[in-house]
Design a binder for this molecule. Structure first.
Ligand code: MTE
Length: 342
């Protein structure tokens, strides 16, 4: 996020984004014959054992899940029907921010190729009655997987439209049974400098203090939009996109969507977060997408939507408050000064 973009492209009137992809999409799926989550689930995970073998194994990266193909296709169609052009898979998997594998956009897809994501352990701890450790297979089998098309808006003022596969973080938190002391949720990425060259070298990793850490307020974490993602485009997550499990918080700038998570801790106090530690005047704890509050180096009034038009195509669109998800999340910030709490 240290790279500057020119902001000379102007906004095309025909390129304004839609309001609420997620709920509209549910209506779309109904119209297209998927009735409710149950049917969606049936299409996504025919059985625990089947989904395990389709997703799992050492070859998980980019593994094709035939049972998701129909859904993948419908996702593309429904994205288009909603006036969204889905970002091509190749763009979403080669234009990445994952500083553990380099600060250049093309580096993670190259340097993360041999990253081992199985076996994996994700620990849920802190102010909970029921500490949990999920292994690799649990990530794909313990919860009903859903597909959700979300916009991903980076603070660098580019955005994508991505069909994620995952489960609501709320389901995992409920399983851990937070105590009344739990007010926040702290996340941590794997620390393994032998596998992650950016953690071993300041030059490659941009001088961040690793492991990468992030946090949410408990009510933000429990919001239905907050997704633990294990896949995209009908396949398991590629390593460069945060395999085997990452967070997706679509109304916040992308840096909140922490990748390759090994720890989720329920805390009493607000957790520290990587970018806020690095530059507190630039990156706040909340990081809600807000066109009215500019980053010192990037206006947030508009964004470059990465679609088929090429990296430098004139596809600049207006940025919406909460990235267009205000209906679902604005109530979480009622009465708060969003200029101060950026
Ligand atoms: N998580 C970790 N561990 N390390 C990172 O460098 N970058 C963040 C976020 N999660 C990052 C991370 C940023 S700045 C963005 S915009 C998104 O991941 C990018 O996700 P993508 O590469 O899948 O588009």
């Amino acid at each position: 996020m240290l790279i500057k973009f020119k902001s000379s492209d102007h906004i095309g009137e025909n390129q304004v984004t839609d309001e609420s992809v997620y709920h509209n999409r549910r209506d779309m799926l109904k119209k297209m014959g998927f009735v409710g989550t149950g049917a969606l689930m049936a299409a996504t995970t025919p059985s625990r054992a089947a989904s395990l073998s389709l997703f799992g194994g050492d070859q998980a990266q980019g593994a094709v899940n035939p049972n998701l193909k129909a859904l993948d296709f419908s996702a593309e169609k429904s994205a288009q029907a909603l006036g969204q052009v889905q970002t091509p898979e190749l763009k979403a998997t080669t234009h990445n921010n994952f500083y553990e594998f380099g600060t250049q956009k093309n580096q993670p897809s190259e340097l993360a190729q041999n990253f081992k994501v199985n076996p994996w352990q994700l620990k849920i701890s802190g102010h909970v009655e029921n500490e949990l450790t999920l292994d690799y297979d649990d990530l794909f089998n313990k919860f009903a997987l859903q597909e959700r098309i979300y916009r991903l808006r980076c603070v660098e003022a580019w955005s994508m439209v991505i069909p994620w596969i995952g489960f609501p973080l709320a389901e995992l938190i409920k399983l851990a049974k937070p105590t009344s002391d739990a007010k926040y949720v702290a996340f941590k990425t794997l620390y393994d400098p032998e596998q992650m060259p950016g953690q071993a070298s300041r030059r490659i990793g941009g001088g961040i203090k690793y492991p990468y850490i992030e946090g949410l307020r408990l009510d933000e974490a429990m919001n239905d939009l907050t997704l633990m993602s294990v896949g995209m485009y009908g396949k398991a997550l590629p390593n460069q996109n945060g395999a085997p499990v990452r967070l997706v918080v679509p109304w916040k700038y992308g840096f909140k969507s922490i990748k390759s998570i090994v720890s989720i801790e329920l805390t009493k106090r607000r957790p520290k977060t990587t970018w806020n530690i690095l530059a507190p005047n630039e990156y706040g704890f909340y990081a809600n997408v807000n066109p009215d509050v500019s980053h010192p180096r990037w206006s947030q009034a508009s964004e470059r939507r990465i679609t088929t038009g090429g990296l430098f195509a004139r596809n600049r669109i207006e940025t919406l408050p909460f990235n267009g998800y205000g209906e679902q999340v604005a109530h979480l910030y009622k009465g708060m000064n969003l200029r101060k709490n950026y």
